[in-house]
Design a protein around this ligand. Structure first.
Ligand code: 13P
Length: 253
């Protein structure tokens, strides 16, 4: 953890969740007790179809909601797209942008991710900009270079700790049960903080929350969350179980 930064644990439900599953959000709210509230911020990013409902269910809980993507555009003839302002209107405070599933399956470039992050900021959402290397890139010793390049291409100019969150999600760790070693996470998060310092200035970079994502579970959360420069987690599968999500949050407390 970075002691001066309040950690954030965000759940990315991905394309999971029918309206009955809103109960997961209520259970997380029930378990977000005074001790946890004092220690860690929580956010739930359900599919767009459940965003308003989740925001309503979570009113008064101090748990934020977020979208999983947003359009680069403000409004208009963009069938199937959702604007950042629409997410904000549905109660969201965050928008995940540049998730590896979007980068890979939808061919999103760094420039697209940057435009989405800027669109989110314009709507007063905090973008959670995702970066991370593939297995081949790690094995070739290119992980740091790949992630730094993604940061240079995707981070909005002038961002600060109040307007930006970065999530390091190694592609090979997502949904696989595999995680990098604590030493590898430490090396990467230190490099991310340093690169943000070059891009945004040291003072701004010092306040940006750097989340780790990829197979975070209650069983590995304490080790991962105690790594220097890890300021929380972006959780996929385990965020669909309230008890597991809360246990991960407790690891930050
Ligand atoms: P898992 O926690 O299921 O590995 O997913 C991580 C992720 O992609 C969060 O955005």
């Amino acid at each position: 953890m970075t002691r001066s930064i309040r950690p954030l644990v965000a759940g990315n439900w991905k394309m999971n969740g029918m309206k009955a599953d809103i109960v997961i959000a209520s259970e997380v709210a029930k378990g977000y007790d005074a001790g946890l509230k004092a220690a860690v911020d929580l956010a739930i990013c359900p599919p767009a179809s459940l965003l308003i409902t989740a925001s309503v269910v979570l009113v008064g809980s101090r748990i934020a909601t977020g979208g999983q993507d947003c359009s680069t555009q403000g409004s208009g003839a963009f069938t199937g797209e959702i604007s950042a302002a629409m997410l904000a209107d549905a109660g969201a405070s965050f928008a995940i942008v540049g998730h590896s599933e979007r980068r890979t399956l939808h061919g999103e470039s760094n420039a697209t991710v940057k435009a989405k992050a800027e669109a989110a900021q314009k709507a007063l959402l905090v973008p959670i900009v995702c970066v991370g290397e593939t297995k081949d890139e790690r094995e070739a010793g290119k992980a740091l270079a790949v992630v730094k390049k993604q940061l240079r291409g995707s981070i909005p100019d002038g961002a600060t700790g109040a307007t930006l969150v970065v999530a390091y999600e190694p592609v090979w760790a997502i949904g696989t049960g595999l995680t990098p070693t604590a030493a590898d996470v430490a090396e990467m998060h230190e490099a991310i903080r340093a690169e943000l310092g070059r891009l945004l200035g040291k003072a701004a970079a010092a306040g940006v929350r750097l989340l780790y994502g990829g197979s975070v579970k209650p069983s590995n959360a304490v080790e991962l969350m105690n790594v220097a420069n890890v300021d929380g987690a972006l959780v996929g599968g385990a965020s669909l179980k309230a008890e597991e999500f809360l246990a991960i949050a407790r690891a930050c407390g």
